[in-house]
Design a protein around this ligand. Sequence first.
Ligand SMILES: [Zn+2]
Length: 262
Amino acid sequence: MTAEMEGALQAAGEENKKKKRKAADRALVMLSGGLDSATCLYWARSRNYETSAITFNYFGRLEKEKQAARLVAEKAGVHVTEVDLSFMKEAADFRGGDNNGSSSSSSNNNNNRDGRWDSYVPARNMIFYSIAAHYAEYAGVRWIVGGHNSHDVSFFKDASRGYIEKLNALFREGCLLCDGNNGAGAGTGRLQEPYQIVLPLADLDRKGVVELALELGVPIGQTWSCHGDGGSHCGRCYACVQRLKAFASLGLQDPVFPRGRA
Ligand SMILES: [Zn+2]
């Protein structure tokens, strides 16, 4: 074989590899409708991933939050898959013991110093990411994008880097439709490598997330973070207070709050 032919073959091989890499660049964003996950959606788009979203309708999930997820996805022009998980309850609802579908975010529990205990769900991320993995494998998704910021990963153990790395190791081990297997015809044949969870906000505090959201053009006014189901953000619950602080630290007005509150 001449050097010229070898060169041509090598170039064709490189081109083929590039095509394969490009074909694998699909992202599935875990979308709640809050600022963090909306930022992840726009982050994935900014990386030119072929992006879709998934959202989980657990017990008592606020209608406002569901609407926000739909609106943000619509604005971004991505499809969102809604998964019914009505058996899954947040700790406040579990303790409340009522099964009438109402959501209780207030609690007298002494451990509930900042509201995060109320929103805790046992094994939440193992369940959410496992479901996302199921969709990802059939859809040829390479990246499952999670919107945990640095505060989340330090408090919620199932969002920590170590926990997520263990899930990624399990996905690498269990994915049969990836790599050379190509699923005996069952899959799309797009995945050269197993899908993995990425956490683009894991090093950012809330102020950093707001800055990134602004940079990426996230429709911040469409997001929903409040634990209450009022017509607008209450400004008093844990999530609202954190948003207010983050925007105030940048000298900005958060568009979800009525004027004058920040
Ligand atoms: Zn609120």
